[in-house]
Design a protein around this ligand. Structure first.
Ligand code: SAM
Ligand code: SF4
Length: 349
């Protein structure tokens, strides 16, 4: 069992979920942060995420139409206590209607915080419009600043597009611009040092994420993925890191101040130091499935419920029941761990 000290819940999944109020689970955690995958498609093929040839994309009729998605967003914000919405994918910049969906989300009351996780391709010409539509902040994924390594990791020669996207995001005022990195097992520690220099020089905040077993190829191996401890040791050889003293709350990143006040770096130890006990997330896939965890084996089909006439009360009740059944932890470190069938690119990171 992954060690997650949540105590013994007073109620279990067999007890009925609450019929009103926020998205609570049997351990008392409340989900307020919604991750919405807008598409499973992508224009990169990162080795730790997608196969070289891509995947069988979800059929169009199974994807939520914009009006269906906006209805679910309204229910989440006005009835279920969601206060922040992150759009992701696949690659959300290739999803149709992204700007309109951001604008519709910004019109909800109480207005949620709206963020985007993107690979940055095409962002250079979109950043200002997204900001105008209501986007508050952005995370751009970038695993190396070395062009040859970038091409090897993503299987596409697009480093310059990502760098231009980052600069445009900063110019558009999407502050603080965060850079998400998953490290390559061979070159990653060197990449981390170069990335941190690059981020400090450009005023971006680096977040390094331990690789998780969510790749479509099921190639993840515990011993091969770079651990948070190794990342910190490598960075410490080049930078002075002191713990950030601000409370971490439910944020997954452990934050460090770099060389006094030159910048911040976060390390997300999803595997080696799981933070499930503080999890406040709920997820909606592009085909309308609620997942209570990245690693959930079960999903709740809101698309089917919606298309067979469920009213808002019924959809809210199904979402509450889905979250009520959330497990204590992701279980990656359990002997019986089974990787979910749905890969990261179709869940939304
Ligand atoms: N395409 C967009 C991007 O890359 O930012 C959004 C979707 S991607 C699935 C979201 C985040 O998940 C990215 O930062 C990516 O690096 C991360 N990610 C993908 N596969 C991962 C894995 N196996 N373990 C940890 N993080 C992963
Ligand atoms: Fe695409 Fe993001 Fe997966 Fe890379 S991590 S293949 S950019 S969805």
């Amino acid at each position: 069992m992954t060690v997650v000290d949540l105590g013994v819940p007073s109620l279990g999944p067999a007890d009925p979920a609450p019929t009103d109020g926020p998205l609570v689970d049997t351990f008392g955690r409340i989900a307020t942060d919604l991750r919405v995958s807008l598409t499973d498609r992508c224009n990169l093929r990162c080795t730790y995420c997608m196969p070289a040839d891509g995947l069988d994309w979800l059929p169009g009729d199974q994807l939520l139409a914009p009006a269906e998605l906006i209805r679910l967003l309204r229910i989440a914000v006005t009835r279920l206590g969601i206060t922040s919405v992150r759009f992701t994918g696949g690659e959300p910049l290739v999803a149709k209607n992204l700007d309109d969906i951001v604008a519709a989300t910004a019109a909800l009351r109480p207005r949620p915080e709206i963020t985007l996780t993107t690979n940055g391709i095409g962002l250079a010409r979109r950043a200002a419009k997204l900001k105008d539509a209501g986007l508050d902040r952005i995370n751009v994924s970038l695993d190396t600043v070395d062009a040859a390594r970038f091409s090897r990791i993503t299987r596409r020669d697009r480093l310059s597009d990502v760098l231009e996207g980052l600069a445009a995001a900063k110019a558009a005022g999407l502050d603080p611009v965060k850079v998400n990195a998953v490290l390559d097992p061979e070159t990653g520690l060197d990449d981390a040092v170069q990335l941190l220099r690059f981020c400090i020089d450009h005023g971006y905040q680096l977040r390094i994420i331990e690789q998780m077993p969510l790749d479509a190829d099921h190639q993840w191996q515990r011993g091969r993925a770079v651990s948070a401890d190794d990342i910190l040791a490598a960075l410490r050889r080049h930078f002075d890191l002191t713990p950030n003293t601000e409370p971490r709350g439910s944020a997954p990143a452990e934050l460090w101040r770099v060389d006094g006040d030159r910048g911040l770096v976060g390390v997300i130890a999803s595997v080696s130091h799981a933070f499930c006990s503080a999890c406040d997330r709920t997820r909606l896939t592009a085909d309308g499935q609620v997942r209570n965890c990245l690693f959930a084996q079960q999903e709740t089909d809101l698309r089917h419920l919606m298309r067979t006439g469920a009213d808002d009360d019924g959809l809210a009740a199904a979402w509450r029941a889905a979250m009520w059944a959330k497990a204590a932890g992701h279980g990656i470190n359990d002997p019986g761990f089974v990787q979910p069938d749905r890969p990261m690119s179709a869940i939304g990171g």
